[in-house]
Design a protein around this ligand. Structure first.
Ligand code: PMT
Length: 218
């Protein structure tokens, strides 16, 4: 069985979608529920790992035995992950991170007046890219949510962000991607495609990802 394949390993998983405030009552975010990241955290814990789950804006119950760090924004996730990075053996970035945030965060509620308004956004830090740059001993797993040219973009992200493995999901497929209990992913490493998995529950996908990871660590 796969029971204790990650015994003694320290694993950090990010889950959910970061959120960026516009004013005290409004924000932008994305459709991530956190299910993929929570399944990874729970599975890693069952396989014997010490797990930290950095979760953003999820409404799921925390898997038993997993340490949770709750964040809201990309900046908060960046700090939470970077502060813990050195101690980790495996880092899995399943969160959907806001690429941009409003330049200005209004202290007061924006009043309705003009027929159109403009909100200017600025780029957020790329957490995974930073982890790739700072990597010493960690096994770094990125995700890619794509709607087209999945393999091409997946391999590009793997390389640009210096990942050891990349999990690509085509979020246009029924039963895959955001919010669903199932997913359909392909796994890549620097040599190319490792495996194209069929439609499976997010728990089953997590088991496959972590079994392959364990085999690459030993
Ligand atoms: O949470 P669920 O509802 O279960 O949905 C699961 C999921 C679809 C969110 C998940 O399977 C998934 O694909 N997560 C990554 C989504 C994403 O943001 O992909 P991306 O292609 O935009 O980013 C690529 C990678 O870089 C990701 O690992 C992301 O965490 C990371 N990133 C992106 C931007 C940024 N500023 N910092 C980052 O670290």
């Amino acid at each position: 069985s796969s029971s204790q394949l990650l015994q003694g390993k320290r694993v950090l998983v990010t889950a959910g979608g970061t959120l960026e405030r516009i004013d005290p009552v409004r924000y932008i975010t994305n459709d991530s529920s956190g299910k993929m990241g929570f399944a990874l955290a729970e599975t890693a814990s069952r396989m014997g790992a010490d797990v930290v789950l950095v979760s953003a804006n999820t409404h799921l119950s925390l898997p038993e035995g997993v340490e949770n760090v709750s964040v809201e924004t990309t900046e908060e996730m960046y700090q939470a992950v970077l502060n813990r990075y050195e101690k980790m053996d495996i880092v899995i970035k399943a969160a959907a991170v806001s690429d941009y945030r409003p330049v200005q965060q209004y202290k007061q509620k924006i009043k309705k007046s003009d027929d159109s308004i403009t909100i200017t956004f600025q780029k957020n830090p790329d957490i995974l890219k930073k982890l790739g740059e700072l990597k010493t001993h960690q096994f770094l797993i990125g995700f890619a949510a794509e709607t087209n040219n999945v393999e091409h973009y997946a391999l590009e992200k793997l390389k640009n962000k210096n990942c050891d493995m990349l999990v690509a999901n085509d979020v246009t497929l029924p039963g895959a991607g955001f919010g669903t209990d199932t997913n359909k992913v392909s796994l890549y490493d620097k040599m190319g495609l490792i495996e194209e998995l069929p439609l499976l529950s997010k728990e089953q996908i997590s088991e496959q990802i972590l079994k392959i990871t364990a085999s690459k660590l030993s």
